[in-house]
Design a protein around this ligand. Sequence first.
Ligand code: AMP
Ligand code: MG
Length: 498
Amino acid sequence: MSYESMKLDAQPANNTVGWRFDNSYTRLPDYFYVPQNPVPVRAPQVVMLNHALAESLGLDLRALSAAEAAALFSGNTVPEGARPIAQAYAGHQFGHFTMLGDGRAILLGEHLAPTGERFDIQLKGSGQTPFSRRGDGRAALAPMLREYIISEAMHALRIPTTRSLAVATTGEQVARETLLPGAILTRVAASHIRIGTFEYAARQGGAEAVRLLADYAIQRHYPDLSGTENCYLALLHRVTERQAALVARWLLTGFIHGVMNTDNMSISGETIDYGPCAFMDVYDPHTVFSSIDQSGRYRFSNQPLMAQWNLARLAETLLPLIDPVQEKAVTRAEEAVHAFPQIYQNHWISGMRKKLGLFTEEDEDAQLIAALLSCMYKNQTDYTNTFRALALGALPNDTVFQAPEFAAWYAQWQARLARQPQSGESALRLMQTHNPAIIARNHRVEEALSAAAEHGDYTPLQQLLAALADPYADAPEYDEYRTPPAPSERVYQTFCGT
Ligand code: AMP
Ligand code: MG
């Protein structure tokens, strides 16, 4: 079927939900997007609805009948005021440049929440677009549920992220290695402007296009920079700062994104595009889960370096705006990008201090942290549980710390705690709010996904979501989610599911 023949006119929906759409992105020049309605699906059914998120957006999903909700979250009806588009962007994928664009996502528009905040509402898996290349424009159910679970888990961990409002099955099958049930995810994001959007602008329209996009991004995400001297250089600094803070949060929590291509790195500093991402169980800086990451480019410990590499690609697009004299522009852009490691390190070490209950700063803290990590690595201890055990006041003879060398580290840490004025109790309280008890462990995620996608049983998924909603609490009813995988349960590889 040709793409043209699929451009069906979707029906506008009644606005009982409370949508307040604006479509500022469509006011950019037309090469930034293509008007495109979602391609209707046969028999949609909503399987996940995020009422808490809806309420925070000022939306009332309870007002919808099942049929109306299914039509809305499958794209069979388009909400009043929305102007659906597929966005154009490019990307460096595993280091290689490609022109991309939304091949299976439709931006319905921007919803204005009662707080005045603006959120992109995007349908993912919504059918072919002019950017689909050889893809079918669709998504399978399990990967969409995976994005729902992990993005909500990240939100509960207070890590900046896009969120998931709904998942609807399509009643159609998608052909992957086997036939799988199709689904559409409704994603909510501060925006979908990526580093790759700037790369696209630079190649498509040169410096003028980059300027328009940068002005738009500044207005939307960094309005205080608007009208300041060299606001484009300031934008680069700001994005560097946000991404350094974000990636530090990933490493502090044991998160591995898996596909940090420039098209998957958001200018707003949110985690975006949950594919083969995963949380690590046993501490190992070399951990790679993604089946397509053969060289380990996006392994756990390489994420800061890759974020900086991506920022260099952003910087290249901004050069002509930073200074008309190229050499000067390069020097200033390099300064911004070269600042990344130190900014990252400051965020990471300050996060690590909180994980260890340290309110004060000592030069030797870096060594204390490194010694703990090295002990964990050598003894293959569980990253999350080791920190949580410390936060709960575990003693050196606790079973998580079997190695004798741990006792030496523990004594050093206790001495360090004693050198700060804050009480031991307040140190533990600080630790308990920075060391989650519960993360979205892969084996539990996979178990929930197969129950839902293969057997239509959403109970394990709903329970997992409930456990992940308050990850810093010690709720005894969720104790089982703390258990690391048994050797037979370990998940070694995750897949994009595209
Ligand atoms: P991702 O790996 O999800 O970041 O996707 C990379 C690019 O491939 C984006 O341009 C997607 O829109 C596109 N893409 C992924 N899956 C499909 C699909 N099934 N059909 C069409 N395009 C796709
Ligand atoms: Mg992507």
